[in-house]
Design a binder for this molecule. Structure first.
Ligand SMILES: [Zn+2]
Length: 108
């Protein structure tokens, strides 16, 4: 991770090119991972809180926490969603010789 919003070009451990020569739409899968994971947690926390605090639920606090989680979790989870998506992609398309360095020529 180079910053929260931009990946490094290569893995610092093994030199794997993190941009695998795909078009920009390659990362749509990461956005799906990010949205689904973030929203499942953002909905799950209030549901568990409602069940655990029954019958006297603090409705205002539950609503505020749920709304904050819906907005904050996709931002917090974003870098991890990209690496998870890359791992998912690697499980179906193993590393090829051109994937080990970003300096090798790749066709985009
Ligand atoms: Zn690596």
């Amino acid at each position: 991770m180079q910053s929260r919003l931009k990946l490094k070009d290569d893995c610092p451990q093994c030199g794997l090119a993190l941009e695998r020569g795909e078009r920009a739409d390659f990362w749509i899968g990461a956005y799906v991972f990010n949205l689904v994971a973030g929203e499942v947690v953002a909905i799950g926390v209030p549901i568990i809180w409602m069940i655990a605090s029954a019958p006297n639920q603090p409705w205002t606090e539950i609503e505020i926490v749920g709304a904050v989680l819906c907005v904050a979790l996709p931002f917090l989870f974003f870098p991890f969603s990209r690496t998870l998506w890359l791992a998912w992609d690697l499980s179906f398309r193993p590393v090829e010789p051109g994937d080990t360095s970003s300096t090798t020529s790749r066709t985009i």
